[in-house]
Write a protein that binds this ligand. Structure first.
Ligand code: ADP
Ligand code: MG
Length: 376
């Protein structure tokens, strides 16, 4: 790997990191004004940076060839393509928001798998944002940086993502999950430290072959919006768990009914998980994970065989609970296990994947970690 000096011919002024994330529970409730509960991973994007006084940004990544450069003043949505769209988008939205970020040399390094549903895109946007702001000693609230990073991903990169990933990358704290209420736009740090309870949270990237899922995502959103309109509410969050049966009776379409049942029960499971975490009953969160997976598989229909086999195998090998996490159709599962059984649960998943002829999965230890910060 080339050093910053080799790439840019100058010494850095500092380094900033922003982590990836997994959502513990609350899947596909974000665009229904729901509740999510992500943790930040120890894996992160690291941006090492130095100031430039010519208003240009030069950016390189240890995972990619070459140095890409552009003038901050000339940026407009889509003006820089490929992976550098993320740092360019971060610079664009900061400039649009009136922050005098100036020029910079940026070297991106990562130990966060890309495209695995662990939100390397949000981590890259957030790490670049805090680096550009930090270089100029501009202090911006982490939640505001998250909102700007989301706008960059929506408007510059063109990806219709919600705010969870950026909030997790900016606002999580070690030993906690971030309880994020999207309707209220409020957050609360919930104690979640599996290791302190002799537990482990295993994240397994199932490496499912890439499938074209944009259409599926759009279809799920449309079903939810259609159901909310039929029920006369602004979003499915408005349907309380106690009202679910009555609401389902009013929906003629079986598919739409099942989509609604997932969203309403999933929001309830987030509330239940938070209550259990507050009570220090982490082991009891496991069955909620498993129920969430069943709902995503049967009602929301966004799992694939790799995800189902990984979850079923983890449970058969003694996990306290397991579920897919992320948008679905691939990505990762999480499994809550006794600390002493994490290795055997992973070995069982690897064995099952070999037997099924699936790709070799990739595991990460998911210690709940801190959000973005300066590191040097
Ligand atoms: P995810 O956010 O789940 O990892 P995305 O498809 O949203 O998946 O984002 C992945 C994209 O982010 C990559 O295709 C690449 O453009 C960019 N990216 C991630 N990590 C890096 C990196 N280390 N260097 C450069 N670009 C990266
Ligand atoms: Mg992403």
């Amino acid at each position: 790997m080339s050093s910053f000096e080799d790439v840019f011919g100058t010494t850095p002024d500092g380094s900033w990191r922003a982590p990836g994330r997994v959502n513990l529970i609350g899947e596909h409730t974000d665009y229904n004004d729901g509740l999510v509960l992500p943790i930040a991973l120890p894996n992160r994007i690291l941006v090492t940076a130095s100031k430039r006084d010519d208003g240009r940004i030069r950016v390189a990544s240890t995972g990619h060839r070459g140095v890409i450069q552009f003038a901050v003043d000339e940026l407009g949505p889509g003006s820089v393509g490929d992976w550098a769209a993320y740092p360019a988008g971060a610079a664009w939205i900061l400039r649009e928001s009136g922050y005098a970020i100036g020029g910079a040399n940026l070297l991106v390094d990562s130990d966060l798998p890309s495209g695995a549903g662990l939100s390397s895109s949000a981590a890259l946007l957030c790490a670049t944002s805090v680096a550009l702001l930090g270089l100029r000693d501009i202090d911006v609230d982490p939640g505001e940086v998250a909102r700007l990073a989301q706008r960059a991903e929506n408007q510059y990169v063109g990806a219709p993502v919600g705010l969870m990933d950026q909030m997790a990358s900016m606002c999580c704290t070690a030993g906690h999950a971030l309880y994020f209420d999207i309707r209220a736009m409020s957050t609360e740090q919930i104690p979640f430290d599996p290791a302190a309870d002799d537990l482990a949270l295993l994240v397994v990237d199932v490496k499912a072959p890439h499938r074209h899922v944009d259409g599926e995502y759009a279809a799920r959103r449309k079903s939810c919006e259609q159901a909310a309109a039929e029920l006369g509410v602004p979003a499915l969050r408005s349907i309380a768990f106690e009202e679910l049966a009555a609401a389902l009776d009013r929906l003629p379409d079986d598919v739409v009914r099942r989509r609604v049942r997932h969203v309403v029960t999933e929001i309830r499971r987030v509330e239940d998980a938070v209550a259990l975490m507050h009570a220090g009953r982490l082991r009891d969160v496991g069955p909620l994970f498993t129920a969430s997976h069943a709902s995503l598989r049967d009602d929301f229909e966004i799992t694939v065989p790799e995800l189902d086999v990984a979850v079923d195998t983890a449970l058969a090998a003694g996990a306290l609970g397991a579920r897919m996490t992320g948008g679905g159709f691939g990505g990762c599962i999480i499994a809550l296990t006794e600390a002493g059984t994490a290795d055997s649960v992973l070995a069982a998943i690897e064995k099952a994947f070999a037997e099924h002829g699936f790709n070799t999965p990739n595991a990460l230890a998911a210690t709940p970690s801190a959000g973005a910060s300066r590191v040097g």
